[in-house]
Design a protein around this ligand. Structure first.
Ligand SMILES: NC(=O)c1ccc[n+]([C@@H]2O[C@H](COP(=O)([O-])OP(=O)(O)OC[C@H]3O[C@@H](n4cnc5c(N)ncnc54)[C@H](OP(=O)(O)O)[C@@H]3O)[C@@H](O)[C@H]2O)c1
Length: 310
């Protein structure tokens, strides 16, 4: 990591955060301050990484942000873990947007010579809303649903760091494929039990990315001084849910007979079902233009790699 020796991560204890932290440590990042709500937890961290208590007061935060080269803001209440009650939606929002605002405010208090050079703001392809077959590059306008409005505010929360000369990047991330958590184990489980299948009509697009490419792309953007603004972090070949499920079934050597109707998903999941069935044919145009090469550009190779150990 050229010139990046010290970083601050929020959400560094999560699925993407743990993988990123490991990746950065392996590439010579010497110090990682991982802001967390629970610094006493027992967690195996890579060399140079330590947990630091999250405190939203500007002075306390400014102290943590001082003297690092990069900040990556990934924290946020999980959007797929619970039913979206009004209270949980408020938590999803607060945990991303208000924490982002607190970080941006605190950065203003860091002396210029001690400020990070780059700020990576996590975002999601949900930014674009449900868009059918339309190919979504970073130039497309945002959607109107809850996740789209969340992403707009989430990005806006930290954009002001640019006023202090900090390079700002928003990583509009697709569905991150990992064996450790997130969507993939939830999709694979019913299939292993012979009850897997497409959702609704299966014709909506899934913007997926292998976890290794996700952290490689984040590090690539941190390293490239010309990288600024929003980037779609998705594999170059988004596929429909039907294709995704059939490919997963082939890799797991299982049938995919069962189709879950839209009404059943809505009954069980409520509003979250609409987000799950949103069609997002996002492509990583700006990342490819910058010369990033995907290790797993197609779904079969990504799934074969992830399930190689059986
Ligand atoms: N995984 C995906 O497919 C995907 C796709 C697009 C975007 N994203 C976004 O990328 C970020 C990281 O994703 P992930 O899958 O790694 O998430 P994750 O495993 O759920 O981890 C999120 C982290 O956020 C912190 N957090 C959780 N609830 C919080 C709350 N109520 N208030 C403040 N902090 C809270 C936690 O850190 P502490 O417990 O240490 O405080 C946790 O480690 C999230 O913002 C997510 O929305 C993920």
């Amino acid at each position: 990591m050229a010139g990046i020796r010290r970083v601050v991560l929020t959400g560094g204890t999560g699925l993407i955060g743990r993988a990123l932290s490991q990746y950065l440590a392996e590439r010579g990042v010497a110090e990682q301050r991982i802001l967390t709500r629970n610094p006493k937890r027992q967690l195996l961290l890579p060399p140079g990484a330590r947990l630091v208590p999250w405190r939203a007061e500007p002075d306390a935060l400014a102290e943590v942000l001082q003297g690092v080269d990069a900040v990556v803001h990934m924290a946020g209440a999980n959007v797929a873990q619970r039913r979206w009650t009004d209270a949980y939606k408020a938590e999803i929002y607060r945990s991303r947007v208000e924490t982002g605002r607190a970080l941006a405010r605190a950065l203003a208090a860091v002396p210029e010579s001690q400020r990070p050079r780059v700020f990576v703001q996590m975002s999601a392809v949900g930014y674009y809303g449900d868009r059918g077959d339309a190919i979504l590059t970073e130039d497309e306008p945002p959607g109107q649903d809850f996740l789209a409005r969340l992403c707009v505010d989430w990005e806006a929360a930290t954009q002001s760091v640019q006023d202090f000369g900090v390079r700002w990047i928003a990583t509009r991330t697709g569905i991150v494929l990992s064996r450790e958590g997130g969507a993939l184990p939830l999709m694979a489980r019913p299939m292993r039990w012979f009850v897997g299948g497409p959702l609704a009509d299966g014709q909506f697009y899934i913007p997926w990315i292998h976890i290794m490419d996700q952290v490689r792309a984040m590090a690539f953007l941190m390293n490239h001084p010309e990288a600024r603004g929003p980037f779609n972090l998705t594999a170059p070949e988004p596929v429909t849910n039907e294709v995704f499920i059939r490919t997963l079934a082939r890799v797991l050597r299982r049938p995919a007979w069962f189709r879950v109707p839209r009404w059943a998903l809505r009954l069980v999941l409520g509003e979250m079902a609409d987000a799950m069935l949103a069609s997002l044919r996002a492509v990583p145009k700006r990342l490819l233009d910058l010369g990033f090469t995907f290790r797993f550009p197609d779904l079969t190779s990504a799934l074969q790699d992830l399930f190689a150990q059986g």
